[in-house]
Write a protein that binds this ligand. Sequence first.
Ligand SMILES: *[C@@H]1O[C@H](CO)[C@@H](O)[C@H](O)[C@H]1NC(C)=O
Ligand SMILES: *[C@@H]1O[C@H](CO)[C@@H](O)[C@H](O)[C@H]1NC(C)=O
Ligand SMILES: *[C@@H]1O[C@H](CO)[C@@H](O)[C@H](O)[C@H]1NC(C)=O
Ligand SMILES: *[C@@H]1O[C@H](CO)[C@@H](O)[C@H](O)[C@H]1NC(C)=O
Ligand SMILES: *[C@@H]1O[C@H](CO)[C@@H](O)[C@H](O)[C@H]1NC(C)=O
Length: 946
Amino acid sequence: MKPNTSAFVALALLELFATATVINISLCNGTSCIESEREALLKLQHDLRDPSNRLASWIGDNGDCCKWGGVFCSNFTGHVLELNLQNPFSPYDNEAYQRSKLVGKINPSLLELEHLVHLDLSGNDFQGIQIPKYLASLVNLRYLNLSIANFTGMIPHQLGNLSNLQYLDLSGYNFKLHADTISWLSGLSLLKHLYISSVNLSKASDSLLVINSLPSLKELKLSFCKLHHFPPLSSANFSSLTTLDLSENEFQGQIPSRLGNLTSLKYLDLSFNQFNSVVPGWLSKLNDLEFLSLQSNRLQGNISSLGLENLTSIQTLLLSGNDELGGKIPTSFGRFCKLKSFSTGFTNLSQDISEILGIFSACVANELESLDLGSCQIFGHMTNQLGRFKGLNFLDLSNTTMDGSIPLSLGQIANLEYLDLSKNELNGTVSEIHFVNLTKLVTFRANGNSLIFKINPNWVPPFQLTGLGVRSCRLGPRFPLWLQSQKKLNDLYISSTRISAKIPRRFWNSIFQYWFLNISGNQMYGGVPKFDSPSMPLVTNLGSIFDLSNNALSGSIFHLICQGENFSKNIEFFQLSKNHFSGEIPDCWMNWPRLRMLNLRNNNFTGSLPMSIGTLSSLMSLNLRNNRLSGIIPTSFNNFTILEALDMGENELVGNIPTWMGERFSRLIILNLRSNKFHGDFPIQLCRLASLQILDVAYNNLSGTIPRCINNFSAMATTDSSDQSNDIFYASLGDEKIVEDALLVMKGFLVEYKSILNLVRGIDISKNNFSGEVPVEVTNLQGLQSLNFSYNLFTGRIPDNIGVMRSIESLDFSANQLSGYIPQSMSNLSFLNYLNLSNNNLNGEIPSSTQLQSFGGSSFADNDLCGAPLPNCTKKSVLVTDDQNRIGNEEDGDETDWTLYISMALGFVVGFWCFIGPLLIKRRWRYKYCHFLDRLWDGCFVRKCY
Ligand SMILES: *[C@@H]1O[C@H](CO)[C@@H](O)[C@H](O)[C@H]1NC(C)=O
Ligand SMILES: *[C@@H]1O[C@H](CO)[C@@H](O)[C@H](O)[C@H]1NC(C)=O
Ligand SMILES: *[C@@H]1O[C@H](CO)[C@@H](O)[C@H](O)[C@H]1NC(C)=O
Ligand SMILES: *[C@@H]1O[C@H](CO)[C@@H](O)[C@H](O)[C@H]1NC(C)=O
Ligand SMILES: *[C@@H]1O[C@H](CO)[C@@H](O)[C@H](O)[C@H]1NC(C)=O
């Protein structure tokens, strides 16, 4: 990249010659560029890569550099006054933005432009260099913008020499820039605009006082600066401050009431902090406020006591994400005639929706563009007043308890682009009239309601959606052919919509356009046809998600797996489970490089496992359960080095359990090989699977002993699930959480675990030919809830200290040859609610505890045991077998037990889900999710983050 010297000299000579011409021209033409400055600009250009050719006009022999792009000169002196090299694209337009960056160094020749007044280098990539100290010599600068330009390190305090600065933007990202003090700002007494967002100022808080010495300041942005202490803004010095952004810091406690004296404020952003109360009333002094965001704090009390009622200039009022902020929207808000954006999502607002629409329908309805009342305690019916909100383009009323039907006047909100009515109790019918004028609608979600779509299947909608979600509404029974008019649709969520129809060929051809498709839980049938001419897939970096599970689809999946290379290369989650697909699993998995989850469970696939599955090195979950797959596990599977869940149960697989599983699957949480024809030993290498929580190899022909090293299953030795909880959640998309599910036989029943999987731990090796003793090391696995060793050939005793397995709920040693007493410690197992020790050679008295005596006699049958629940021990029966003491009413006992077990199993699932559920929706997580959506939707919509 460095110029070689001779070329450089030649270039310089050429320039000299050119300049002579220029000077001639400029004599008649007024002013033109100064020779030395042009040279400086060329040097600057030389050190920058310019992939998008933004500097195309910067050519050496094009004399007048004042006409170059981004360069502006004085008409009188010809000196360059302004250099404007900012990235012309917004980061939201990510691809264009990345492409348009100038990349490289800043050549110090910049200093030649000593008359520079305005310098903008924002949005470029200066490759992590420090902000050059020498910029401080450009003392004429009034405008300096170095934001988001990949500068790192300490902000040089020399910038304090730029005493003419009126505008300074040093905003960064990811805290790559930091400052230990900002006291040097005191030299910039003319400063009007100061932006230092995303700069780590955690060590500079003592110097924040300096801001008071900037009396001309109009705009101050200190968002994302890791500040703990609120800047000591003294109102006396800030009569002119109009914009204050202190969002995304770590402020706590009360919002300082002195803000109430900054009476010129028009823009105040305190969002994403930890403020936990407001001083009622002082906000009312800020009569000029146009923008107020208090989002995502911990504000308490009542919305009507925030003192907002006189803010009649307000245009944006964002209160969402304050869980403890309650009350109602007061009627005085009806006077906010300039309001464009209003949000109270994720607050405790509790109000009838018709009342809210009533308050806003007077003058607010005229201007309002964005209304977010989602995840509040909104109830009641929507009224036809909805149709008055003609300017609305964003409406979120999701996750409330509204009921009733959607008013027909919805169809009049002609500007509507985004509508979310998901997770309410809406019912009634939805027809074409509801959408009649919605020509701009892009996203429509009504997931989780009971709406009935009565729409002519051949309807031609006025809109072109990109996102549609109507889970659990009734769309069927016919296939909604109108979907096929939606050429831009890429996010379709129509699971459980009671469609029982053949999937039309055109729809199959269009599936290439989706990055999110969920049509599960219907009765759609038919086979996958050969695709005609696959449409171009959506260009996205995002992994896509396909869920066709739980339908009646049939036939071969060859075309789906093998034909659409462009389509399959982005897919991360692919579920075809619970259909009637058949034939062999095609061998084209090399076309699926991003696959993380593959679920083919409950189909009729036959044949052996294709080699190419082994190319899926990103796979985290593979579920092939309940097919008729045969053959051995291919060695290519040893590429699955980040696999967390493997379920190949209920097939006809043969061979040994591969020893490399223990070496390669170090992150495995679930290993399920149940009901196959595996034989041979339990490989000692499996003991390395320290993350394993579920091990099920039951119903095979395995033999030998259980190695003592099973106490290395350390995830089973703990009840702590905190560090695991994220692993089992693979992805979240709005309503949809992609979670691993697992089947485990607990207490004699097959239980499907989804959201609570991270809490479940169990071992089932029943129905094999394992022999030897039950290793005492099993008692180290104190997180286990279920342990099933039944129907093997175990001998010896039940480990004496079994009582330390405090989490055990289900314990089954039945149908072995165990002997000796039942250990006394078993009476300590207080969670135990299923026990089966029957059909062994145990003897002696059953230890007494409320738990053990609550089981039916069948739990202990076919042994030489006595004592409750079996008949009392006679002295003799303690010592010798007494066949006559065996119980006779086993069947009765069984029946009661079964109902008990059902309710217990349910209780476990429901109980834990209710408890865990709310915890899962963490604030941080919501926040990340919103940022994700931001990127996705190019910022078309108002940011919806809490
Ligand atoms: C001024 O300069 C431009 C080129 O920069 C040239 O096209 C134009 O003819 C000149 N005007 C006069 C009056 O010479
Ligand atoms: C300089 O000239 C340009 C073009 O004639 C004009 O647009 C601009 O306003 C002038 N600038 C000043 C400071 O006079
Ligand atoms: C910033 O510069 C560093 C060092 O050259 C580079 O690795 C990194 O990718 C750059 N970051 C951005 C966002 O351009
Ligand atoms: C705010 O202004 C009032 C009167 O205008 C004054 O009494 C009070 O001291 C000021 N508060 C602060 C913190 O400056
Ligand atoms: C709002 O304005 C009215 C009339 O000017 C006044 O009486 C009332 O006190 C103000 N409310 C607040 C909270 O300042």
